[in-house]
Design a protein around this ligand. Sequence first.
Ligand code: ADP
Ligand code: MG
Length: 337
Amino acid sequence: MRISSLGEFGLIEKIRKSSECSSPAVVLGIGDDAAVMKMAASSLLLATTDLLIEHVHFDLAFTDFPSLGWKSAAVNLSDIAAMGGIPRFCLSSIAIPSGISLEAVSGFYRGFSSLLRFHNTILVGGDTSSSKNGFVVSVTVLGESKKENVISRSGAKQGDRVFVTGTLGDSGAGLEILKSGHLGRGADIKNLIKRHIRPVPRIEWGRQIALAKCASSMIDISDGLSSDLSHICDASGVGAVLFSDKIPLSKSLIKTAKQLDENPLHYALSSGEDYELLFTVPSARMKTLESLRIPVTEIGKITKESNLHLVSATGRKTVLKPTGYNHFKGSMDRKKG
Ligand code: ADP
Ligand code: MG
């Protein structure tokens, strides 16, 4: 069905219905000039937004619409996770080119709403437009946290230990597979592709880390380990050393990297969109971290000097340049998936 047969307001009504979800916190949701929500007096408001542009951030040849909707929600929820917050409300703005069907947009909101619902996050507004050039999505998530639980990028101190949740590099390898299009459809390939097109925001883990107050700084891995660790270091005025043999890699990545004729570490260090949490822990807080039930790996240490180093399994120490996605910088430039 063509979107033109519904028109802008018919489409908005469809979006409203597909993501309907009531909450006493929402005084006025979709349908007025602005949404109105109640916030607890003791909470701080967290706000984050992300743009997803066709041909820059995604390629419709590599993703289905429900997955694109899921990912649009996931990348924003992940930013709330990285602050240790609870996501509450969401706004979505979409610009739709003429070739996109109503079924495609409905699929987008099916995927989008399924992840929001899982995290009790309510769609309260947005904007809808036609587009002359590609599908464009902008999502804003509002969350909350108590002041004492907010974790910024700037609290890392010399001697803190560096941790990461889950495994790294899967999403980057998944994108490479999609681009190359010739590695078949085995279970490992499917795992990696899934991690690229349906990333899982670590809301629950971020929340546990925040409530336990064991992290001195935290960030989500959207640009790549080396790049995101350098963001923590820059914000905290410190450096870091990473131990290459400690970086957690999935079995699927190790097997598939061989087929791609690439070192799996390359994906873990330089490719982004894993949406795992990278955080630092003072030694005195280690017992608290160990008491949490989260899959974490210690991968390095915060140092006084202001750059990054990588130490190999044999003890060889080299300077690690932050590489990852950077929209305007030639040397780091690569296209996202
Ligand atoms: P306005 O003229 O004030 O921009 P709109 O007609 O664009 O209002 O939108 C009507 C209502 O629908 C508003 O509450 C707006 O927040 C909501 N809305 C519009 N597009 C979307 C969308 N893509 N997702 C969620 N809510 C939307
Ligand atoms: Mg509008």
